[in-house]
Design a protein around this ligand. Structure first.
Ligand SMILES: NC(=O)c1ccc[n+]([C@@H]2O[C@H](COP(=O)([O-])OP(=O)(O)OC[C@H]3O[C@@H](n4cnc5c(N)ncnc54)[C@H](OP(=O)(O)O)[C@@H]3O)[C@@H](O)[C@H]2O)c1
Length: 385
């Protein structure tokens, strides 16, 4: 993989990245990865770049009690001002992810009340004291911690955000930070997909699934995808699945056996969990990888070591946050995702756009399997302009 180090002493990071990406784009030399310099250094005189900061209330979705979509309330909140190492961001597009459902239901623990959401793109409106390398007006994106992106504005540690290249619009960026970086670590690091591999992707038309299938196909794998409807099957085919199984109608284990002539697949990327886990194990080839990265149908039953023994299988339960925990890892993952969007390897499907205030409706649709591709929330004020 080619890594471009864009460190140049007298330019701000935003200028460096913008300039370099423009240069690369105009010369058709799109980066496979860019590596931005470590720029988040405190100023010795604690100079603050804070401008036009306001303590007024902003609108956000709040959860006071765990439960169904109806517990998502549209309220006024005060978010305060950025402290040392932090920035204040006015969100432009917010990515919706299945993990938001887990937190709302209490499958994953969070102290109430809380503002859900783990992905957003926005414009920096204020920079806390003691920080350089970020400035008011920067367009930035983040995915993962801290939770709280279902809000018109939020305070973020500067260390978790990356600059969004000017060629990537807000909705696209909000659709690829968490889902794209998940696809990245799944195919490039957790199990390295290579030409000749046959892989099985469940929920292939979902937010992560769509990007995962496209990326794996571009790496030369034969991709088998499972989906619940004909409409989703058509999308999965367009996204690089050579074989699509409608697992709501067909037994996917039998079909995988037929497709692979009994050999099985090298890896299963299983985000469905309870309903698919046992079948996924059965689909694996000798020394295959079982990558359980989600549980949209519920927690899989406890897994026994004995399940792995008959085929010397590998099992992992990974999290994107553990693959982007250092600043270098984050920049590398985001860089590869943005580069793949720019080069057309990833065609981002923003299939659903809702006003932020209607997050409850979004969650209901997501849980009812009515969505495909990515879902973004747009702050209501931005929809009115
Ligand atoms: N570990 C990580 O690092 C990581 C990071 C991101 C996401 N994830 C996981 O990846 C999965 C996909 O996330 P996403 O945000 O992109 O969501 P999504 O795939 O857009 O939506 C979930 C999909 O799962 C399928 N599904 C199967 N059984 C389901 C059920 N009982 N209830 C609801 N959905 C069901 C549905 O597709 P069909 O209708 O085609 O069955 C549904 O559209 C989630 O499990 C999420 O937790 C994990």
């Amino acid at each position: 993989m080619r890594i471009l180090n864009l460190q140049t002493p007298f330019l701000r990071t935003s200028q460096i990245l913008t300039r370099k990406l423009h240069l690369l784009a105009s010369s058709n030399q799109l980066p496979t990865c860019y590596k931005a310099p470590q720029i988040l250094t405190p100023l010795s005189n604690s100079r603050s770049l804070k401008v036009a900061a306001s303590a007024e209330m902003v609108k956000a979705i709040r959860v006071h009690e765990l439960g169904g979509p109806e517990v998502l309330k549209w309220e006024d909140v005060e978010i305060g001002e950025p402290k040392e190492g932090e920035i204040r961001v006015k969100n432009k597009a917010i990515g919706v992810n299945f993990i938001d459902v887990y937190f709302r239901q209490g499958v994953y623990q969070a102290e109430v009340p809380f503002t859900p959401g783990m992905e957003a793109v926005g414009v920096v409106t204020s920079v806390g004291p003691g920080l350089t390398g970020r400035e008011v007006g920067d367009v930035v994106a983040y995915a993962g911690r801290p939770m709280g992106s279902y809000s018109e504005e939020q305070i973020l540690p500067a260390s978790v955000v990356v600059l969004v290249p000017p060629s990537v619009d807000y909705k696209t960026a909000a659709s690829i930070m968490l889902k794209g970086m998940t696809a990245h670590y799944l195919v490039r690091r957790c199990f390295k997909v290579e030409p000749g591999h046959t892989i099985l992707v469940h929920a292939a038309a979902g937010g992560v699934g769509s990007l995962l299938c496209q990326w794996a196909n571009s790496l030369g794998a034969t991709v088998i995808g499972t989906v619940s409807t004909e409409e989703k099957a058509a999308q999965a085919r367009e996204d690089g699945c050579q074989h699509v199984i409608i697992y709501s109608k067909e037994d996917f284990v039998t079909r995988v056996n037929e497709i692979t002539s009994g050999k099985g697949v090298n890896v299963v990327y299983d985000s469905v969990g309870k309903d698919t886990y046992q079948g996924s194990i059965s689909c694996l080839a000798l020394r295959g990888y079982m990558v359980c990265f989600g549980q949209s149908s519920g927690k899989p039953d406890p897994i026994s070591l004995a399940d792995l023994a008959p085929k010397s299988l590998f099992l992992t339960r990974p999290s994107m946050m553990h693959y982007t925990s250092s600043r270098d890892e984050l920049l590398e993952a985001a860089g590869e995702v943005f580069a793949n969007v720019a080069s057309g390897v990833l065609r981002v499907r923003v299939n659903h756009t809702y006003p932020l205030s209607e997050a409850a409706r979004v969650h209901a649709d997501l849980e009812a399997r009515k969505t495909s591709g990515s879902i973004v929330l747009i702050p209501d004020n931005d929809l009115r302009v």
